[in-house]
Design a binder for this molecule. Structure first.
Ligand code: PNW
Length: 465
């Protein structure tokens, strides 16, 4: 199974999950630094103070990626490492932070690895939360634009792929709806407000890039996450439920950008006044504001018209505010589960890619995350024979290959994650890495899946192992 020659192969990480150095090099605190201090919020009382210590070991990590033959690396910039208070007016810019990412980018380029940079992967400067209400404040769009401009200025000569936001759905639903992620708020109105200002912020940053940095010749887009929703039966109500579930999950963020400049009709109907409205100018700025369709995809569930007993399926609920969607979710007990209890369903990936191609007019799609946590058995020498993870990747990459055969413009794939890291509210219990990181020595050892992925990347082909 051969992939196109110019297909982008990479791995992905995010700042808070790997960097550590939480109070080093002039960095200010983020909402995740604070959230981890609250008893009971993170499994095992873990935090990202040291994480993988990538802040000090980045050269080693880049060399490791190069040795695996990876061509692209998606990482995120920690906003409070650049602006310790989040804004230019109070604290000033942190030159040390700029120097850190500059060195990282140079090191990647020296090794022939393309940097793909995410501006926001959830580590909001704490002061923007405590003093200004975070993503609930409309003015955050100006703060985000100012921060983005600094990054374009400092790194845009070398960075040609920008991702404004990672998974605004997670920020809105898990951060402001269920409160399991920072800032830990629980509400049925705030997710829609936060989502609205996340979208406005994205559009502003893109406008800034296109107006002021077009000469840099890069691409800019957004990454959304979505699982596949398969109708439980052929009944029209279940088919409608699956469609509605996808609209509440992905359409919420993708319709304004790739389709209509506005939220899906199904959301307007059901959410009513709690769904904010875009001005005409905002709609115009949003529509077409992404050069590519970034997609993080992990799993699949069945969707059915809600029954009165209101059952819920996934660890994080059902992909929106359940009360608003009227969708029941379930899984097939035959589907294998990862350690994270996400079902392994490669055909769901193929179907989702097809759904996106159709609904959004065949955009260039990049899978910016796909991967799994598995029950790694670590040998004394740190090696991990993770055949199950390898099978996961083989299955999902086969599905990607089939989607390309269906005519979907899938242009790249980033494995989540380069290495085991801080898995948010689950702490260090779940290991998504291709590379094992020893919790004490922080020594890196590629797992069996990493060697397999390395072969795929080098040959553009899915071989046997
Ligand atoms: C993504 N959901 O998070 C993130 O981008 C990564 O930082 C994270 O480590 C990875 O997936 C694994 O969890 C998600 O509930 C968190 O559907 C939750 C969901 C999806 C993605």
């Amino acid at each position: 199974m051969q992939f196109p020659e110019n297909f982008t192969w990479g791995t992905a990480t995010s700042s808070y999950q790997i960097e550590g150095g939480h109070d080093e090099g002039g960095k200010g605190p983020s909402i995740w630094d604070a959230f981890c201090e609250i008893p009971g919020r993170i499994a095992g009382g873990d935090d990202g103070k040291v994480a993988c210590d990538h802040f000090h070991k980045f050269r080693e990590d880049v060399a490791l990626m190069a040795s695996l033959g990876l061509r692209a690396y998606r990482f995120s910039i920690s906003w409070p490492r650049i602006l310790p208070t989040g804004r230019l007016d109070r604290g000033s810019m942190n030159e040390e932070g700029i120097r850190f990412y500059s060195k990282l980018i140079d090191t990647l380029l020296e090794h022939g690895i393309e940097p793909w940079v995410t501006l926001y992967h959830w580590d909001l400067p704490l002061a923007l939360q405590t003093e200004r209400d975070g993503w609930l404040n409309p003015e955050i769009a100006d703060d985000f634009e100012a921060y983005a401009r600094i990054c374009f200025e400092a790194f845009g000569d070398r960075v040609k792929h920008w991702i404004t936001l990672n998974e605004p759905w997670v920020v809105a639903i898990l951060g402001y709806g269920q409160g399991v992620f920072a800032p830990g708020r629980t509400s049925t109105t705030e997710p829609y407000v936060a989502a609205h200002h996340l979208l406005r912020s994205h559009a502003k940053a893109v406008q800034c890039y296109r107006n002021e940095f077009a000469h840099q010749g890069g691409k800019i887009g957004i990454t959304n996450n979505c699982d596949w929703r398969e109708p439980l039966t052929d009944k029209p109500e279940d088919k409608d439920a699956a469609q509605r579930a996808l609209e509440f999950y992905l359409g919420w963020f993708a319709d304004p950008i790739f389709r209509s400049g506005d939220y899906p009709e199904s959301m307007r109907e059901r959410v009513g006044d709690r769904l904010p409205k875009f001005t005409e100018e905002e709609s115009k700025a949003l529509l077409g504001s992404s050069d590519f369709f970034g997609l993080n995809h992990y799993t699949t569930m069945f969707a059915a018209e809600a029954s009165s007993d209101g059952k819920e399926g996934s660890v994080y609920g059902n992909g929106g505010i359940s009360e608003d969607q009227d969708v029941d979710l379930s899984v097939d007990p035959e589907w294998p589960l990862t350690e994270f209890k996400w079902a392994v369903v490669p055909w769901g990936c193929r179907k989702l890619l097809g759904w996106i191609a159709e609904r959004y007019g065949d955009p260039a799609i990049y899978i910016t995350e796909n991967g799994c946590a598995m029950d790694d058995q670590v040998s004394a020498d740190g090696s991990v024979d993770d055949q199950d993870r390898l099978e996961f990747y083989r299955g999902y990459l086969e599905a990607c290959h089939q989607a390309i055969g269906d005519g979907v413009h899938l242009k790249g794939y980033f494995a989540w994650s380069l290495m085991d890291n801080f898995e948010w509210a689950s702490g260090y219990r779940f290991r998504f890495g291709l590379v094992h990181v020893d919790p004490k020595s922080l020594k890196r050892t590629p797992k069996k899946s990493a060697h397999w992925y390395s072969k795929v990347v080098r040959t553009n082909a899915l071989g046997d192992e």
